[in-house]
Write a protein that binds this ligand. Structure first.
Ligand code: NDP
Length: 335
């Protein structure tokens, strides 16, 4: 079954201006200009991630060509699938795979993508829920699963650190870890966010310097597990204070891509540095992660973490996320 394809669609496009500089503009395009792919999706919701902020603001490194529709996440309804794997009307989501980077993304009312990129919306969820989780929440789930796969056990003593805790990945990581029964410590540079982080389930809230100030190669052992979204001195400090046989799930570089440290925690404490890459995560792991997100983070749990904004607000929102002023998750209602 196929649903009728609209003749036109609306998109936020990043184009190169006459001065050679990228800039975002709203366009209405004929659907014949959609990229090639198996499945056409009526997009209803997308989300705002740090990468999207960079792309919309015209910062280099995210968009691999111009013009391009940013938006690394999307959710909506299948209109047509060449492969026959999906039926028209099915609810689906996509995160990663190069969407909104090398292939037109979620800031448009229509998308066309390879069938292999789609994940069905878990039972009992909808597109808005999927986008309030988005790449950020999905990444947080992959990080929790990686720590558990490497032996992290819940219990009063198992203190788990989340850095950049008031951000999108951090907020969801705090909520997921608390739900799984861990003793969560949230590190934030925004002390005003302490009540928010405690409401998400953090037992302890500490400042950024409490982690980035740990500069000895081996610090006193404290954390059984770490989810780091910040990189740089923060990651180095958390790594030096991770307990014997503990693990760090390394997700982000909000402060820095550098890691200046020693091998001592690896070779004297058996600490595990685990890389998290949500973009290339294989389909079976994706399904497992989304299933657990649906179970552990139902829509009601995300209400306080999520705000919904329109497509037209994206240029301003991009500046805000780059300035570190966005709390939790921003869903984009594309229509
Ligand atoms: P957000 O902007 O929502 O959150 C980042 C948080 O990091 C901020 O809220 C802030 O937390 C903290 N932070 C920002 N700047 C600094 C700084 N200079 N020093 C210390 N802390 C800082 O972004 P996301 O949560 O969406 O993404 C976080 C990181 O994870 C990004 O680097 C992103 O690129 C990466 N990422 C990686 C993925 C993967 O697959 N590996 C997928 C998704 C994201 P606070 O205010 O609490 O201090």
């Amino acid at each position: 079954m196929t649903h009728a394809l609209p003749e036109h669609y609306r998109a936020l496009r990043v184009v190169k201006g006459d001065d050679g500089q990228p800039r975002a503009e709203f366009q209405t395009l004929p659907s014949t200009e959609l990229p090639t792919g198996d499945v056409t999706v009526q997009v209803t919701h997308s989300s705002l991630n740090y990468k999207d902020g960079m792309a919309v603001a015209g910062r280099p490194g995210i968009l691999k060509r111009h013009p391009m529709t940013p938006g690394i996440d999307l959710a909506g309804t299948v209109l047509h699938d060449e492969t026959g794997e999906y039926t028209a009307g099915e609810g689906v989501l996509i995160t990663g795979w190069g969407l909104g980077e090398r292939h037109d993304g979620g800031y448009a009312t229509l998308a066309r993508v390879p069938a292999a990129w789609l994940t069905r919306l878990p039972h009992g969820t909808d597109a808005q829920w999927a986008m309030s989780v988005g790449t950020a929440g999905f990444t947080a789930m992959l990080a929790v699963m990686a720590l558990e796969d490497h032996g992290l056990k819940r219990g009063e003593e198992a203190e788990v650190l989340v850095t950049g805790a008031a951000g999108g990945v951090g907020s969801t990581a705090v909520a997921l870890l608390a739900k799984a029964g861990f003793n969560v410590t949230a590190s934030t540079g925004r002390p005003d966010e302490e009540p928010y982080l405690k409401a998400l389930g953090a037992r302890t809230v500490i400042g950024r310097e409490a982690v980035s100030g740990l500069t000895r190669p081996l610090e006193s052992e404290r954390w059984a597990g770490v989810i780091d979204t910040v990189g740089g001195a923060t990651l180095a400090g958390a790594y030096a204070a991770t307990r014997t046989h503990g693990s760090l799930a390394v997700c982000g570089l909000a402060a820095s891509a550098k890691l200046d440290t020693t091998v001592y925690p690896l070779i004297l404490r058996g600490v595990n540095l685990l890389g998290i890459d949500s973009v290339t995560c294989p389909p079976s792991r994706r399904e497992a992660a989304w299933g657990r997100l649906a179970r552990d983070l139902p829509a009601a749990a995300l209400t306080d973490v999520t705000r919904v904004r329109g497509l037209s607000e994206l240029p301003a929102l991009a500046q805000a996320i780059l300035a570190g002023q966005v709390r939790g998750r921003t869903v984009i209602d594309v229509n």
